[in-house]
Design a protein around this ligand. Structure first.
Ligand code: PLP
Length: 394
């Protein structure tokens, strides 16, 4: 039983995991589960990956924290690595996806001020998810999450996702726009994949109007979609990207990286973080990048993602109630025609960790290290549960 001394913020499942290995977890009673969620896209290397364990242990034995009052060589190395892989010029480190997006929002506002826009506005999307701090909650396109926390932070203009015309209209009616904030594919919003042309259009309109294109890669980054960053599927380079989740394989970290017209906006004193980019998190992040590269996990994410989607298309072919099976790499969504939150417990009973988002979408985010047998096992365990669920009267 959970302690009554925890704030009542989570509807937790009644299970606690004691240890893990690769894509597998064991609960306190010794039951084994296949993890098709990876801590919500955090544990890309699975559990207890020896390189992450080693990097954390080695670093902990040297120095865990010194603060950003001093140089942190591992932070320098990590910034270099992110910039080289993402085409960025500079990075700010923090501790979560929300903080990374807060940084990007502040950066866009500061950019506006430098360019004479006092009331900067940022274009954001319906069904987007950017976090739960006040500014990122305000940028998030989910009324349920926002309800009760008004007044929200002003300065966001919401448009339908994947709709170029709506962005053009917003541009015509508002002179204060300084940036667009977008996910290449929406995770929490239901694994909604934007058209490649739409992302390219956003790049183009941001260039035409000298806006900043901010791409939220918190969930989609670090190899999950089969490229280091999802924006790379559209062959564009954003002005700002935000990262967190998979960046350090479970050690909390966030990052906001900037390039081109978005670089050089902050000066000392504008922004900061006590913990951000500490030696421990940076060591884990550097080990994460090295392992993904050495184990060729980008290729694997593409292959396993396709195998999982194909497996479900096959196993759920002709099943009434299955609306769509979609995604990119190892971000997989199975949309049903009805709310399906109950499936999470049923899958758990069948020894599988999954998630349901946007009420009707089964979301799978397995570790990038899964093999073909595990990809198959996800389908074999989940498809019968889905079939049985859909066979009941709605
Ligand atoms: N951005 C995206 C795309 C996310 O999926 C999330 C979390 O789910 C966040 C931001 C917020 O990240 P965090 O929970 O680390 O603050």
């Amino acid at each position: 039983m959970a302690s009554p001394h925890l704030m009542n913020t989570y509807a937790r499942l009644p299970v606690a995991f004691e240890r893990g290995e690769g894509a597998w977890l064991w609960d306190q009673a010794g039951k084994k589960y296949l993890d098709a969620l990876a801590g919500i896209a955090v544990c890309g290397l699975g559990h207890a990956h020896p390189r992450i364990v080693g990097a954390i242990a080695d670093q902990a034995a040297k120095v865990i924290h010194t603060s950003n009052l001093y140089e942190i060589p591992l932070q320098d190395r990590l910034a270099d690595r992110i910039c080289a892989l993402a085409g960025m010029d500079e990075v700010f480190f923090c501790n979560s996806g929300s903080e990374a997006n807060e940084t990007a929002i502040k950066l866009a506002r500061a950019y506006g001020h430098h360019n004479g826009v006092q009331n900067a506005a940022i274009v954001v999307m319906e069904r987007a998810w950017h976090g739960r701090t006040l500014a990122t909650l305000s940028a998030t396109g989910n009324r349920k999450a926002q309800a009760g926390f008004e007044p929200l932070v002003p300065g966001f203009i919401r448009v339908p996702y994947n709709d170029a015309h709506a962005v053009r209209q917003a541009a015509e009616s508002n002179r204060n726009i300084v940036a667009v904030l977008v996910e290449v594919l929406q995770g929490e919003g239901g694994i909604n994949v934007a058209d490649r042309d739409y992302i390219r259009f956003l790049r183009q309109i941001c260039d035409e109007r000298r806006w900043i294109l901010i791409v939220d890669e918190v969930q989609s980054g670090i190899g999950r979609t089969g490229k280091w960053f999802a924006f790379q599927h559209a062959d564009i380079v954003p002005d700002v990207i935000t990262l967190a989740k998979g960046l350090a394989s479970g050690v909390p970290i966030g990052a906001c990286a900037a390039a081109k017209r978005a670089k050089g906006v902050f000066k000392p004193g504008n922004h900061g973080s006590t913990f951000g980019g500490g030696p421990l998190a940076c060591a884990a992040a550097l080990a994460t990048f090295a392992a993904i590269e050495d184990e060729r996990l980008l290729e694997r994410a593409v292959e396993m993602g396709e195998a999982i989607r194909a497996g479900f298309r096959d196993a759920l072919a002709g099943v009434a109630g299955v609306v769509d099976i979609r995604g990119m790499g190892l971000m997989v969504g199975i949309e049903l025609d009805r709310p399906c939150g109950d499936l999470v417990q049923r899958a758990l009973d069948a020894g599988l960790l999954i998630n349901v988002t946007a009420d009707t979408v089964i979301r799978l985010l397995p570790p990038l290290v899964i093999g073909a047998a595990e990809a198959r096992a996800i389908v074999d365990r989940l498809a019968p549960v889905v079939r049985q669920f859909l066979a009941q009267p709605a």
